[in-house]
Structure formats: structure tokens, C-alpha cells
Ligand binder design. Structure first.
Ligand code: NOJ
Length: 527
């Protein structure tokens, strides 16, 4: 793997919510360009752009209508080229989102496929005369009827996201050409979306009521297709990260072991409800650390993250967005930036942005939230109860406009944005944190700089101490030094764990250990 990938600090931009440059209420590429100074000062060296391709935006761009055109709301290809050039001038890399499990039903391939059972696009999608009882991720059947073809097509996600048929060699060649086109343009790699579902051979025998995602997850031919594509991609100087569904470490390793040449690292997707309603998130998080330790032991590389556009805000989920907000956001930054692998930051985590807690379902935009709300109403819940339930895990929690300042629309736009601004923009925003030496933003800057300068934090061995919840403590051991990281991931005062002592330990971040550790205590010691 290239050195720059090991040194990367990746910052995920959700373009719709990052910065609106033309005041239409929707973030855009020129908005991203206008914030490159900010990102550079933060210490970011790699951007991952969520989809900016032409799309009807049924799933906010994860339904692509044309892979080689930029969505007009986001700007033009010329704007994109400038963004790429300006990133490269600063020594920053730009990684694209690649959505190739499905496309939009408005893509030309699907328009053509709908027309004929024998034409050149006939097999680009999955068609069936009689559908079975598979369920789609965003509610309802995974099959939809197409009048013109008098057949049903498969959609793992929404009905506007038909699944592409990777058994069709013409389709695969088109995808390979498109990927090459972006690489020739100079993009620095891909985050590959929903890639665990390429092999659909499981759908026929799936028991009634199974989710399409379960029926076709991690099947052998999916890996074969992926390896063929990625072995070509890896001949270039790129970063590759797969968004995968893994039901255990071995399924994860199948994607990231270097010998398999599939991905350099993986972002493991977990339905947000699993974490939001988990009985013991501390234990859950420790288990994630154990998985990362195993990945590292096997000679593979990790992608370390706490947030993205599919999850609630990390400070609200794992920390505290009330009394201990400041301390909790810093403690989580420590966890995100001191583990093995490449850290991924999601826009706004560096200022401790929180969940949004809207009062009305009409304030929500996310297709997933709305589908789940409907489902709860059908289960007999009142709208208040349904909203209370689905809002906790809503993906819109992380999609509210970036809070640049305390003005009406948080400096994101001068007009009403596509999704409401979080009311706490007057206290949580970039501008105020830039002026405050103790802010979360300043803490991120210091920690990123520290991480970039430390080979041990990037590649050192990791060992987890057996501490009782809610303490998380691990060691990172390198050739020249060892770091000990201790976090109290709770709002309780807890007894300090007994850890190996060293007379020469130097406190690099946080407070010195004492008998009792305050809420969201953290420390990084160097030996
Ligand atoms: C995963 C993406 O992260 C999510 O936002 C999207 O809805 C699904 N894949 C479908 O593309």
C-alpha cells in the first residue's frame, strides 16, 4: 500500500450539507472549494466526496443517473476539475464515492433495459417473471413491476435504485471503462458503496421475508467480480475503501487481506439501530477495537471511524450532547485518532455537531427515516411514538447543514437550506471554536498534527487492556515509543483502572491519572 494512504487523514464531505456557494439552499462543489483552507488548517490531507454525480436524488445521490456528469445542483464538471486541481496543488488527495451495486432507474441503462427482453441492455439488471418475497432495505418488496417489460426488477435499496447485474459482461466492461475514466482524470481512489451484495445467486432460495441484503451478502462470486475490478484499480496510485457488510471478522478479512487484492481497508456498515438501541455500547465499542486488533495482526489495514452520513452524530451516540458535550467530543476524538489504520472524520465532528431532534416527520428528508416511520405507524404506533423511535437513528442527524457560524443559516447558505439547521448553531459553530483555544476544533487540530507525526500511532502494535466498563484503555507500541490511551466513555465518575506504571511516562494529552476519573476522562501517555 502506498505511504500516502497510511498517512491519510480522510475527511468525508456530504456535499449537499457542507457549504452552499450559490445560495440555492443546497451545498455544492464550489462551496467545498471555498473551504479548502479550513480543511488544510485542520490537518486534513484526503477528502472523500459523497456522490456528486447526476442523480434524481431519491437517496441523495446514491442513485446515479449518469456516472460521468456532475449533478447540476452541485455545479459543473469544470467546477469539479478545479476542485481536483486545487486539492492537488495543496498536496491533498480527492477520493470519490463509487456506487456500482445499483444505479438510478433514470439511468439510460435502465431506461433501455425496460424496453426489451432481448436488446443490448436486457441483462444489465435482474428481471423475473415471478418475484419472491424478498424485502428491500428502504421498505416493501425488493421487486417492482415494470409495465413495458411485464416483468419485475430487483432493487436491494429503493425502487429507484435497480440492482446492476454483475453477471453481464457488457455491464462490467462499462463500469470498468467509467472507473478508468475517473482515474485518468486524476482522482485518488474510491470509497465503494454497498459492495457486499454483488453476487445475487442467493436470491432464488432465500426464505420468505428475507431482506435482499441478507440473501446476497458476501457470496463468492461477488468477491471474484470485485477482485477483477480492484486489481486493475490498484495498478494506480490510489486509496481504496469498501463499504462492506460483515457478519464477523473473517468476512471482513475476506475483503481486506492484502493477498486478496480487493480493498486496502473497509468501512463496516452497521445498521444505526443496532448501535442506538444497544444495551452496552461500551462493550460493543471494545469489541470493535478487538476486531481492529485482529485485522492488524493478520497484516491488513484498518479504516477507523465513528461517524458518517448513515449514522447519528458520534457525540450524541457514544458520548453526551448535554452537560459533558465538550469533554465527550474530545474523548471520542482521542479514540478516533489513536488507533491503527486510517482515521476517517465526518464533516462537523471536529466541532462536536450533535443530533438534530426535529419535532415533525415533515422536517426529515431521509428516505430511510420516512420508510421506517411509516412502518412504525403500520405497527400501530402513534405519530409521536413513531417519531420518537425513528429520530434517534435517523440518518438526517448527521446530514443537517454544516455549522460555520451563528447566523440564521449557520453560514451554510443565505437562504433556507434543503434540511433544517440544527438550533444549536449559535453555540456550536466553526467561527466561535476558531477563537477558543480550548475548543473541540483546536483539540482536533492538535491531535491530527500529533497523529501525523507519529509512526507508532499509525502502525504500532495494539493491545487492549482488560478494564471494566466504561473504561477503554489500550496501548500502541512502536519501535521508538509506546502510547497508553485511557478513556472513560461515560458520564459517571469511575475508579481508575490499575494499569502498568512507568516512571518515565509523559502525559501528551488530557489529565493525569488519579484515583477517580471524571466523566469522559481521557489521557494519552507516552513511554
Ligand atoms: C450506503 C450509503 O452509505 C447509503 O447512504 C446509501 O443509502 C446505501 N449505501 C445505498 O446506496
Amino acid at each position: 500500500m502506498n505511504t500516502w494512504v497510511k498517512d491519510a487523514i480522510v475527511y468525508q464531505i456530504y456535499p449537499r450539507s457542507f457549504k452552499d456557494s450559490n445560495n440555492d439552499g443546497i451545498g455544492d462543489i464550489n462551496g467545498v472549494r471555498s473551504k479548502l483552507d479550513y480543511l488544510e488548517q485542520l490537518g486534513i490531507n484526503t477528502l472523500w466526496l459523497s456522490p456528486v454525480y447526476d442523480s434524481p436524488c431519491d437517496d441523495n445521490g446514491y442513485d446515479i443517473r449518469d456516472y460521468q456528469t456532475i449533478l447540476a445542483e452541485f455545479g459543473t464538471m469544470q467546477d469539479f476539475d478545479l476542485l481536483l486541481e486545487e486539492c492537488h496543488q495543496r498536496g491533498m488527495k480527492l477520493v470519490m464515492d463509487l456506487v456500482i451495486n445499483h444505479c438510478s432507474d433514470e439511468h439510460e441503462w435502465f431506461e433501455q433495459s425496460k424496453l426489451s427482453k432481448t436488446g443490448p441492455y436486457a441483462d444489465y439488471f435482474y428481471w423475473a417473471d415471478k418475484p419472491n418475497d424478498l424485502k428491500s432495505v428502504f421498505g416493501g418488496s425488493a421487486w417492482d413491476y415494470c409495465e413495458s417489460r411485464q416483468q419485475f426488477y430487483l432493487h436491494t435499496f429503493s425502487k429507484k435504485q435497480p440492482d446492476l447485474n454483475w453477471e453481464c459482461s457488457d455491464l462490467v466492461s462499462e463500469i470498468e471503462r467509467m472507473v478508468d475514466w475517473w482515474l485518468d482524470k486524476g482522482v485518488d481512489g474510491f470509497r465503494v458503496d454497498a459492495i457486499s451484495f454483488l453476487d445475487k445467486s442467493g436470491i432464488e432460495d432465500a426464505p420468505n421475508g428475507t431482506f435482499a441484503t441478507e440473501a446476497c451478502v458476501n457470496r463468492p462470486k461477488g468477491h471474484t467480480h470485485l477482485r477483477k475490478l480492484m486489481s486493475k484499480v490498484h495498478t494506480r496510485d490510489v486509496l481504496s475503501v469498501g463499504e462492506i457488510n460483515a457478519r464477523g471478522t473473517s468476512e471482513l478479512l475476506d475483503y481486506v487481506l492484502p493477498s486478496r487484492n480487493e480493498f486496502q481497508m473497509a468501512i463496516v456498515f452497521t445498521p444505526p439501530e443496532i448501535e442506538v438501541f444497544h444495551e452496552n455500547l461500551n462493550q460493543y465499542y471494545k469489541d470493535q477495537i478487538k476486531v481492529r486488533i485482529e485485522v492488524q495482526r493478520q497484516g491488513a489495514w484498518n479504516a477507523n471511524f465513528l461517524s458518517n452520513h448513515d449514522k447519528p452524530r458520534q457525540v450524541s451516540l457514544y458520548g453526551d450532547d448535554g452537560e459533558f458535550w465538550l469533554q465527550a467530543a474530545k474523548a471520542l476524538a482521542v479514540l478516533n485518532l489513536t488507533q491503527h489504520g486510517t482515521p476517517y472524520l465526518y464533516q462537523g465532528e471536529e466541532i462536536g455537531m450533535t443530533n438534530c431532534y426535529f419535532d415533525e416527520i415533515s422536517d426529515y428528508d431521509d428516505i430511510d427515516t420516512i420508510a421506517k416511520f411509516q412502518e412504525q405507524l403500520e405497527n400501530g404506533l402513534s405519530s409521536e411514538q413513531a417519531l420518537a423511535l425513528v429520530s434517534k437513528a435517523s440518518r438526517d442527524n448527521s446530514r443537517t447543514p454544516m455549522q460555520w457560524d451563528s447566523s440564521t443559516f449557520a453560514g451554510f447558505s443565505k437562504v433556507t437550506p434543503w434540511l433544517k439547521v440544527n438550533e444549536n448553531k449559535s453555540t456550536i459553530n466553526v467561527k466561535s471554536q476558531e477563537q477558543d483555544a480550548e475548543s473541540i476544533l483546536q483539540f482536533y487540530k492538535q491531535l491530527i498534527e500529533f497523529r501525523l507525526g507519529s509512526e507508532t500511532l499509525k502502525t504500532g502494535d495494539t493491545s487492549l487492556h482488560e478494564t471494566a466498563d466504561p473504561i477503554i484503555a489500550y496501548q500502541r507500541q512502536g519501535d521508538s515509543c509506546t502510547y497508553l490511551v485511557i478513556v472513560n466513555l461515560s458520564s459517571e465518575v469511575v475508579l481508575a483502572p490499575s494499569l502498568p506504571e512507568s516512571q518515565t511516562a509523559r502525559l501528551m494529552f488530557g489529565e493525569a491519572l488519579s484515583e477517580y476519573l471524571p466523566p469522559y476522562y481521557f489521557a494519552i501517555y507516552k513511554y
